[in-house]
Design a protein around this ligand. Sequence first.
Ligand code: NAP
Length: 463
Amino acid sequence: MEAALQSPNYILEFTYIVASILFIWGLKSLSHPDTARKGMFLAEAGMAAAVIGTLFHRDIHFFGWIIAGLILGSMVGAAFAVWVPMTAMPQRTALSHAFGAIAAALVGIAEFVMHSGTMSTFTRSALGLEVMLGTLTTTGSLIACGKLQGVIRGTPMQFKGQQFVNMLIFLSMVGCFAYSLHNPAATPFFYGMVTLGFVFGVMLVIPIGSADMPVVMSLLNSYAGLSSAATGFVLGNNILIIAGTLDGFSGFILSILMCKAMNRSITNVLFGGFGAVHAKAAAGAGGEMHEISLEDAAVRLAYASKVVFVPGYGLATAQAQHAVRELADILEERGVTVKYGIHPVAGRMPGHMNVLLAEANVPYGDLYEMEQINPEFPTTDVALVVGANDVVNPDARDNSDSPIAGMPILEVDRAKSVIVLKRGQGRGFSGLENPLFFKSVTSMLYGDAKASLSRLAQEVKNV
Ligand code: NAP
């Protein structure tokens, strides 16, 4: 009996190796739109393998709570999958981070209560890290979710001396951690660290505007991953270490890539208060916007040689991906060359446009990244902007005083003509006015993007 307990648990170790391979393979597949869907399935299979493998853990003697957790968790997950729309995916992801982080923090607290007296200093350090990252990620993610959902004010909440207060909270939290590391019996310091972790998460995220929330979430995702990796060290669980590290570092790399695409530094995102720019006016805006009729827009498209579609967040809200494809097919049948210009932060998530267009079976070869398509605009007859705003705002290029100055944009204003599909005079996510809409080269076709595209497709057929 003793020997059986000491022998390696082959089933568990084997499923963990399989799960690790599936996670790494899934992550690799996610790096290309063509294979992204497969990547999701691989990662899901990896998670299933990890969960099933864990059920063979020798320390599990009673399955009642586990089954209850599985049922409850699956019900919440399924409800999210069915009812949360694509456009609300960022806040839904923030909630998932909060769930993951609170789970890691609770495991850490439970381990502290049960074993703190017998733990090595290394394990206690990992436990402290796990609980600090877990607690601050929990409240930080909940605030991010609230801001994105509009439940909490999206603009930065700032006050004088805020960074000093934040630093004080942070140092106090680390101080409690250091003290309880050397004095495991000093439980008030441990719980002081837990409380300060929750407070720090709130303080970290409230000064950041909702325009920067996707970057913040990607960072919080990274913290949640690192917290899980630390949990792995506490529990001696390899799959948590591997999955947590993958999650932690891929989240961090993603944050850097998003910042690069917006020409911002991470410190600027965390301490700059981007949302505070809402009130500033854009140079070059003003004058009149020129409206175009459906018939004129259809004629312009039908007789063009080259049309570049530029999708943005409005395409996602309108769920217009199939309508875009339909119009593109009709134009191509007429001999028009159709391409899609994809900005890296169009929409609300990295890869948002690629995923939507892939859903409508737009051939991947027709999608062009910003660097590839920008040189083509001067030879483009019509740039058709579908619910995009910030990512085509020429102020980022022309106005050094603009809050988005330096953000790379799709230079549609260099095309021979521009048609913008949007519902009205609403602003983009940054809240800035867009001088593109006032340029003589630009015409506005108002209406819901899906309805406008379907009507355009019908009209082009009649030309
Ligand atoms: P955007 O600047 O948010 O503009 C979207 C436009 O779509 C709005 O001006 C809106 O105008 C229009 N619209 C909304 N619903 C519509 C509908 N049903 N039909 C037609 N038009 C509709 O979008 P974007 O150009 O894609 O820029 C993305 C923004 O998100 C950038 O500021 C980017 O920095 C930020 N962001 C993205 C990511 C990411 O990972 N993708 C990360 C961080 C930040 P109307 O109200 O007048 O219709």
